[in-house]
Design a protein around this ligand. Structure first.
Ligand SMILES: C[S@@+](CC[C@H](N)C(=O)[O-])C[C@H]1O[C@@H](n2cnc3c(N)ncnc32)[C@H](O)[C@@H]1O
Length: 289
């Protein structure tokens, strides 16, 4: 640990924030690499005669902060971790940083399957860091989950995240294109979930550089109209879901009506658009027959 006076630390902190960046990212850096939480920071401002102890020295923290400001690299990648729901997840630039709005997808599952001792059989297509699947596998300990991704590097991270989050063994990882690694589970799934790449090409080209230059293109780009992957997932879902099985999809802010039509065309019922906390139709859900 590196001990410094509170006065020295506050002076240093002011200097860092005067260079740019937002307070939230700076607190994230201090929390992850310095082991100083936002509440620790509030307390020390009131006790400025004390010393405080950081896991890394100020020069190291400053070099990471400078990297973040100069290259616009997301602070989560530089720190190598992110927080999502109650999980602490390893992230590298091989996986999308799981977004706060996606947390709601897990709550949608909770509202459909209320009994946490249920023996659910679920699959997540495009697991990335593993966030959604890990949250579900932990919440439903008697369930069995299958998590897929096209990128083996992403699956390696998801597997590590599962091992670090739990001692459970109810989640398995498969590499391949959407449903193809799950051929042997046809007609068996109670639930399939996906937050697929859904950004239309035009929008992708204009994404902010902290997203476009760092987050994997394969995790974001959904073809010309953004619906390429969603179409493929919906079309084959009836082969893999059991009768009355659920499909829950995250989509772009303006895609819900189109996704709803695709579900109806493929014989889904109980179709519903679920809004996120900003009132955007972010999720589209349905039941196979
Ligand atoms: C938007 S990210 C979602 C990641 C994670 N589930 C989340 O919500 O944070 C989409 C994921 O789908 C994966 N993916 C892209 N194309 C795929 C394909 N054809 N088959 C399977 N997975 C694919 C990407 O590698 C990426 O991890």
């Amino acid at each position: 640990m590196h001990g410094i006076s509170v006065k020295e630390f506050l002076f240093w902190k002011k200097k860092q924030l005067s260079k740019g960046g937002d307070h939230q990212s700076f607190s994230f850096l201090l929390n992850c690499l310095g082991d100083i939480s936002a509440s620790d920071l509030n307390l020390i401002s009131l006790n400025s005669d004390e010393n405080l102890y950081l896991k890394k020295n100020l020069d190291f923290l400053e070099s990471v902060w400078d990297d973040h400001l100069l290259k616009s690299c997301p602070i989560q990648y530089l720190c190598g971790i992110t927080f999502w729901r109650d999980l602490k997840l390893k992230v590298t630039n091989k996986v999308l940083i799981p977004r706060p709005e996606t947390e709601l997808l897990v709550d949608i599952v909770f509202s459909i399957f209320r009994n946490k001792t249920e023996k659910l059989f679920f699959a997540e297509l495009g697991t990335g860091s593993g966030a959604i699947s890990i949250a579900l596998a932990l919440a439903y300990p008697l369930s069995d989950g299958l998590a897929t991704d096209i990128d083996p590097d992403a699956l390696e991270i998801a597997t590590k995240n599962f091992i670090n989050s739990s001692k459970q063994s109810n989640l398995k990882f498969f590499c391949g294109n959407w449903w193809s690694p799950l051929e042997s589970f046809k007609g068996e799934l109670d639930l399939a979930i996906s937050n697929p790449p859904y950004i239309p090409r035009d929008t992708y080209e204009k994404l902010p550089k902290e997203v476009k230059n760092f987050e994997p293109k394969v995790a974001l780009l959904g073809g010309e109209d953004g619906l390429k992957h969603i179409r493929e997932i919906i079309k084959k879902a009836p082969l893999f879901l059991r009768e009355k099985g659920w499909l829950i999809l995250e989509n772009h802010f303006d895609q819900s009506e189109k996704v709803k039509q695709l579900l109806a065309k493929n014989k889904f019922t109980s179709i519903e658009i679920v809004k996120d906390l900003s009132g955007i139709g972010r999720f589209t859900i349905g039941r196979y027959k």
